[in-house]
Design a binder for this molecule. Sequence first.
Ligand SMILES: Nc1ncnc2c1ncn2[C@@H]1O[C@H](COP(=O)(O)OP(=O)(O)O)[C@@H](O)[C@H]1O
Ligand SMILES: [Mg+2]
Length: 270
Amino acid sequence: MKSLKVKPPVVLKLGGSVVTFKDRLETPRLDVIRRVALEIAEAKPESLILVHGGGGFGHPHALTHRLMEGFKGGLSQLVGFSETRLAMARLNSLMVEALNRVGIPALGFQTSALVTAREGRISSLNLKPLSGALRLGGVPVIYGDAVIDEVQGFTIVSGDMLSSVLARRFRSPLLALGVDVDGIYTDDPKLNPEAKLIRRIKVGRGLKGVLEGVEGSRSLDVTGGMKHKLLEVKRYVASGGKALIFNALKAGNVARVLKGLEVEGTLLEN
Ligand SMILES: Nc1ncnc2c1ncn2[C@@H]1O[C@H](COP(=O)(O)OP(=O)(O)O)[C@@H](O)[C@H]1O
Ligand SMILES: [Mg+2]
């Protein structure tokens, strides 16, 4: 068998706040999904893994059935686990379809089939299907999902956690996280108009000062919003990687990021 070594891919995570209306049940932002697909086609990245969040396809189901707390017993919560996974697979299909339409060989992967967790953290991750897809020149499209947890039955692995782990394991040159705001601010920009964009964060110096201004999410986000994102990204950056949090709702930004051009946002370095 040929080696599975691949050119390190850029990992692009598109938040649920970008690809869905986060506060409406299972409502995709099809115009945004199509535009992002076109931008990826235009940028022609050499090697790319796309990760998407759940937004209105993930968080409402996960909250209703309290999936973050693990399996409490009973059929109804188990059906909720199933429904959440189904909804996420639907969103994944929409993403893959939009990418296919513009000629991108997108390959959807069900996260729950590649990942297990232990007390909420990824404990096993089968990289081979992903590296095989990359070697072919495909673009794996994977997502935050409800997965089996060895201790608590099941849990949620967020797109933020997954993208940080993938970026680390594949030694990515860049982890780019697209959200619905311009980056990390001194305070939640949706609540505080005085909040200032922080353009650079050195995670080696600790995040204490920064974290004071970072809240979860105004929208429903069972995984912990921006604070969780920052903490997950920090793990990857601390291992030597570079990450950028930017606004993926602004037309052109995804293409610019993938072409290595400058984009307004928050750059995180060690
Ligand atoms: N200090 C901050 N800087 C930027 N965004 C923040 C901050 N504190 C809270 N937020 C909120 O975090 C949200 C993005 O996180 P989240 O909703 O989890 O996005 P995603 O759906 O992409 O995971 C923004 O919409 C913003 O309202
Ligand atoms: Mg989130």
